[in-house]
Design a protein around this ligand. Sequence first.
Ligand SMILES: [Zn+2]
Length: 216
Amino acid sequence: MGFFSTILDLIFPPKCVFCSKVLDRADEGWCDDCTESLPYADDMGKQDGEVFDFCVSPLYYTGAARRSILRYKFRGASHYADVYGKLLAESIRDNPDIKYDLISWVPLSYKRERSRGYDQAMLLALSTALALDDVAVETLRKPIEAQAQSELGDKAQRSANISGAFVASDEELIAGKRVLLIDDVVTTCSTLEECARVLLSAGASGVVCAALARGE
Ligand SMILES: [Zn+2]
């Protein structure tokens, strides 16, 4: 811990990413109370996919986890990615069934990334990969803006909305590889299914997914 980071900690004390309580130095980005009370998903939040193998999620998208992710996605708290990445890396490491050759993410459209200033799933993938001593690489792009999935109702509507929205960015990179696809929140899995479909048609040999939080 250097002099300047000590000064910075005094001016901007690190806070729990979930409840915003000021943290002790020893804390890893979230507080003891949240460690006890976070909405941890049962069975690692495992959901089977149709196109992808399965998706794991350490948290349910509710309560303090949901409020924190909303600040991360919509209120500029992009630095939460460091803490989220450690949490997600832990659930990937703890699940020996997750086999992959490269780590990637579900991209935002260019338009949305410009208006938000950052791609939250990309930041999450980069920090998760870092915590796994790996790197994350771009495999998909989203040239067109679909309507936000959160504005739509059932799975059929969401699947239709997202169909054709993604393209593979580098088929040579993807060919024959198992891709670990990272996203922040997974609800109906329509987006992950569509991304997996595009990756498999581009030559990927399999897709497995991890999201920070899932619907209950
Ligand atoms: Zn907390």
